[in-house]
Design a protein around this ligand. Structure first.
Ligand SMILES: [Zn+2]
Length: 149
């Protein structure tokens, strides 16, 4: 990590924390020669998260795809995108923390639902109707009734 001011290659780390989206480590550094402070981002080397679909095919976890589903489910619900972003963060963290790198799509759906339920009931039902394959209409209306209580 070269100092941007004097080009010195030695610096000390004065602060280290995950970046906002957890995809990189943000480090504040200070040049040992001229004391200039600068920030570096170091990306984590990670194996991709693999989602196993219902038909058995695998694909890499597409955060944007889940986000699109969440945006559709939260139309006119006045839920900040930041909240949805954090929801996705917590799902990814939970999987990573448990050392899971291959997960059934249904399980991702359940993880979303568990969190969405705590945020907004309407969004939960909308998301559930798309991602949680209810066996029949009756099962779905029972879920709705349970939520209304
Ligand atoms: Zn320097």
């Amino acid at each position: 990590m070269r100092c941007p001011k004097c080009g010195c290659e030695e610096s000390k780390v004065i602060d280290s924390r995950p970046s906002e989206n957890h995809e990189a480590i943000r480090r504040r550094r200070e040049c040992v020669r001229c004391s200039t402070r600068f920030t570096t981002y170091e990306r984590r080397e990670e194996t991709p998260l693999i989602v196993v679909k219902k038909d058995g095919t695998k694909e890499t976890f597409d955060r944007q795809k889940v986000m699109n589903g969440l945006l559709r489910a939260t139309v006119k619900r006045n839920i900040p995108v930041r909240t949805l972003d954090l929801l996705l963060d917590s799902i990814e963290s939970e999987l990573r923390d448990n050392g899971i790198n291959e997960v059934p799509s249904r399980e991702i759906g359940n993880m979303v639902l568990k969190r969405l339920n705590a945020i907004d009931g309407v969004a939960y039902v909308r998301f559930a109707s798309v991602y949680h394959d209810f066996k029949d209409v009756r099962e779905f209306s029972e879920e709705l009734r349970r939520l209304a209580q």
